[in-house]
Each structure stands twice: as C-alpha cells, then as structure tokens.
Design a protein around this ligand. Structure first.
Ligand SMILES: N[C@@H](CCC(=O)N[C@@H](CS)C(=O)NCC(=O)O)C(=O)O
Length: 225
C-alpha cells in the first residue's frame, strides 16, 4: 500500500518538511489533505494523531506522527534511495543529531513565534503581541550569530553534506521574510549562502510557488523542470 501523508494542502510548516523529505528520497505517496478548521479533530483523525495535528503518515498500517520523527523514519527506511539525509558513520551521525537539536531548541521556537505573531495573526486580523515578536527576533538573532560562525567553517549545519538538520529549517524559515524578519539574508554572508542554497531545493521551490501538495507530485521531471 502506498504511503499516505496526512497534512495541509498548502504544505506549510511541519507538513512542508515531510513533503520535502518525500521529494528528496523519491518516495511515492498519496496525499490526504486535512483541514485545520476541524477535520483534524474528528474521531477518525484523532485515531491517527491523538493530538489532532498534522502531519502524520500511514506506511502500510504503520502510523507515525511528529514531523521530525517521520522524516528520520523515512530517511532511514530509504537510506540508499535519493539524497542521503542522515549520515551512517557514527561520528557524522552524532554531528547530525547535534545540528538537528540546534534546529529544534535554538531556531524553531523563535521562528515559529515570529511566524505566529508576524504572519498567522495578521492573516486572521488579530493584533500582534509586539513584545513576543521582538523577543523572538532578538533570540533568533543570537542563534544566527553562532550559525554564522559554524557555517563559516562548513557548508551545512552538520558538516559538508546537506542533511535533515538543514531541511528542518525550511519549514518555518520560509515564513520569516513574509512575517517581516529578514535575518536569514541580512545577518551574515555564511547564513545567506546556506539559506539561499537550502531554500532553493527544487521541491521547496515548487511548494513556495504556491503549489498544492498532491500525490506523487515530485517526479524527477517536475523537480528539474
Ligand atoms: N511537533 C509537531 C507540531 C505539529 C503542529 O503544530 N502542527 C500544526 C500545523 S503546522 C497543527 O496541526 N495545528 C493544528 C492544531 O494544533 O490543532 C510536529 O512537528 O509534527
């Protein structure tokens, strides 16, 4: 049975990183769009994801939720297919886990707050909490000061190869500029080089263009069009 991806049709945020992983690994999938206007809280969907969130997958009866766990599972299951997203050598893998932890602890909380305060609330006509937004920008700026040093010594966050640790940044990183925060392209030349490169992964370019996430959309032809 083909893998089912439950997510938002616009492939935003956490759905985006699973979609990008499917594309990088060239894994066939069926897209099951879930509307966050209530479809995610139905008993049927809660049986798949007990928190009523997206994304989730059903891989031939194996249900998994939490976007980063899904990406790791897919990268390891299809280790020899497509882009190698998790190193196998012990120390390289440890460096990957180090970089993935940085994203989760030192990048995502601030990027998410900037998105939520600066873009999500604006779209809903709700006033932004200026203090929360400014604090998140200041914290993200501190994180990026360190990224600038790391990326001055290596091409990507876990070393010289692109990994899931870089890919995880794309989910909410793409929302920063539309939310009024230009740090990814103004903070330093090494961050700009890195961000421009990962942001230009062909699957992300397709989704940034506003494409609706559909089953098996990442054919080699579409990715290299
Ligand atoms: N830690 C979870 C977060 C998932 C999450 O927050 N998903 C959002 C969409 S990006 C959602 O489903 N929101 C609806 C809700 O929480 O009710 C993951 O990475 O999968």
């Amino acid at each position: 049975m083909v893998l089912k991806l439950y997510g938002t049709a616009g492939a935003n945020g956490t759905t985006r990183i699973v979609a990008l992983t499917l594309a990088e690994k060239q894994i066939p999938f069926e897209m099951v769009p879930i509307s966050l206007a209530g479809e995610n809280k139905t008993p049927e969907y809660l049986a798949i994801h007990p928190f009523g969130q997206v994304p989730a997958i059903d891989d031939d009866g194996f249900i998994l939720y939490e976007s980063r766990a899904i990406c790791r599972y897919l990268a390891e299951k299809y280790q020899d297919q497509g882009t190698k997203l998790i190193p196998t050598e012990l120390k390289a893998k440890a460096r990957f886990e180090q970089a993935a932890s940085l994203e989760f602890a030192n990048f995502n909380p601030y990027a998410w707050t900037i998105y939520f305060e600066g873009l999500n609330k604006a779209r809903r006509g709700v006033a932004k909490d200026e203090a929360a937004y400014d604090n998140a920008v200041a914290q993200l700026s501190n994180t990026l000061d360190v990224y600038e040093v790391i990326l001055g010594k290596q091409k990507f966050l876990a070393g010289d190869e692109f990994t899931l640790a870089d890919l995880f940044h794309i989910g909410f990183g793409v929302f920063l500029a539309p939310a009024g925060c230009d740090l990814m392209t103004t903070k330093g030349p090494n961050i700009t080089r890195w961000w421009n490169e990962i942001n230009a992964r062909p699957s992300n370019v397709m989704l940034k263009g506003g494409a609706t996430l559909t089953s098996n959309m990442f054919t080699p032809e579409a990715l290299h069009a």
